[in-house]
Design a protein around this ligand. Structure first.
Ligand SMILES: Cc1cc2nc3c(=O)[nH]c(=O)nc-3n(C[C@H](O)[C@H](O)[C@H](O)COP(=O)(O)OP(=O)(O)OC[C@H]3O[C@@H](n4cnc5c(N)ncnc54)[C@H](O)[C@@H]3O)c2cc1C
Ligand code: FES
Length: 256
């Protein structure tokens, strides 16, 4: 069930490529029940003109220590405002939101993350390992600097970069893994929309189910404003904030 709580900032670590990592602890609330692929809505403090909460994926949730990790890219006023927050300050957060990935039954999963879309793959891979499944993880970025989150994965992820500075050179769909997609029974993907569309096309051609996590622009985050809708094949327009952000790619009209 969705909650609103203050989260104390434990650390705010700058990373290369305009990224930063926030570690937060809810005050008087528990992270119990949070699922990989879900997101939170963060109120941005001390920032003139930013009234709407910003949606950010759950990157990691340590249930034993009750610590939430968020990985954020500075792209505009809201995310720059969050990057200035100091340890000891509190953030007002609504959580957990959205549906999350469905990995039940998948024994040979392939996890694909690009850009800020690498974030949800951290908790997803952790939960898969806890359930006895060893996922294959492939991360993509423009350069090595965009892949700083790779150190948060327990397994060593495969990498690819546009400039070849680390891992294989080229787009994620040019990685050698894509020569044998049938080695996997399900794909889980989060990243820029063109990347997810290209992955979904190849998955469909290989007959492998593919879940994608959409990052449509959001306002309310709870299904009230309809600004995040996406057309689906069977259920008409659906709110990404409540029916998603994770969808079976074959359900999405924009992916066909
Ligand atoms: C479900 C969900 C999960 C997300 N998870 C993360 C995450 O884990 N880490 C992270 O860094 N970001 C994530 N985002 C994107 C993040 O919410 C936006 O980058 C942020 O809202 C931008 O706010 P801003 O005030 O900094 O920028 P704005 O001033 O609002 O916009 C600045 C620029 O960013 C673009 N922008 C705005 N919203 C988005 C968006 N949703 N996706 C891509 N570009 C956008 C705008 O078009 C504009 O060009 C997620 C978005 C969604 C919907
Ligand atoms: S963001 Fe308002 S309905 Fe989805």
């Amino acid at each position: 069930m969705k909650k609103q709580a203050l989260f104390r900032i434990l650390s705010n670590t700058p990373l290369p490529d305009q990224d930063f990592l926030l570690k937060l602890q809810p005050v008087g609330a528990s992270l119990e029940g949070i699922r990989p692929g879900q997101f939170v809505q963060v109120l941005v403090p001390h920032t003139e003109g930013v009234f709407l909460r910003r949606p950010i994926s759950v990157c990691d949730a340590d249930l034993r220590e009750n610590i939430l990790t968020l990985y954020i890219k500075k792209v505009g006023k809201g995310t720059v405002g969050l990057s200035c927050c100091k340890p000891g300050e509190n953030l007002d957060i609504v959580f957990p939101l959205g549906n999350g990935f469905d990995f039940t039954g998948s024994r040979k999963p392939l996890l694909l993350g690009g850009g800020a879309g690498i974030a949800p793959m951290v908790l997803l891979s952790k939960k898969m390992r806890e359930s006895g499944v060893a996922p294959t993880v492939l991360l993509a970025g423009r350069t090595e600097r965009a892949l700083s989150l790779r150190t948060l994965f327990e397994e060593t992820p495969l990498l690819c970069t546009d400039d070849g500075s680390i891992g294989e050179k080229g787009l994620i769909t040019q990685h050698s893994l894509f020569r044998d997609l049938k080695a996997f029974d399900k794909i889980f993907c989060c990243g820029p929309t063109p990347m997810m569309k290209a992955v979904a096309r190849l998955a469909e051609a290989a007959g492998i189910p593919c879940e994608v996590s959409l990052e449509n622009t959001m306002a309310c985050g709870v299904g009230a404003c309809l600004c995040c809708v996406t057309p689906t094949v069977e259920h008409g327009n659906q709110c990404v904030c409540t029916e998603g952000p994770v969808f079976d790619s074959r359900e999405l009209k924009d992916f066909r």
